[in-house]
Design a protein around this ligand. Structure first.
Ligand SMILES: [Ca+2]
Ligand SMILES: [Ca+2]
Length: 101
């Protein structure tokens, strides 16, 4: 319980430092805040969504779902249809150059 509380405090502090994000109608995988770069802020948005503290639009959910099916008939990829912790982890790894989508 204390660990979860610390996690939420960390998320809140980071979100205050980074500010809130805007979103356009297009998306690139992992670029949830649509600033053109996949970075820590995108992983943080995914974590905030997972924690229930940040709503995401359908477009942002597509951007978050880097390992799943987007629901688009032409752009579908195998995998799961959700934005979950696995996606946040992959976005974070992409942000630090450990993997590429
Ligand atoms: Ca971004
Ligand atoms: Ca997914």
């Amino acid at each position: 319980m204390a660990r979860r509380k610390n996690y939420l405090v960390l998320l809140l502090a980071a979100s205050l430092l980074l500010g809130s994000a805007a979103k356009s109608s297009a998306f690139a995988l992992g670029d949830i805040d649509d600033d053109g770069v996949v970075r820590f802020a995108d992983a943080l948005l995914a974590l905030r969504y997972i924690a229930g503290t940040e709503p995401l639009t359908a477009v942002q959910l597509d951007a978050c779902n880097v390992n799943g099916y987007s629901g688009s008939p032409s752009g579908g990829r195998p995998g799961d249809p959700r934005c979950d912790i696995t996606n946040a982890y992959r976005i974070l790894r992409q942000a630090y150059g450990i993997i590429t989508f």
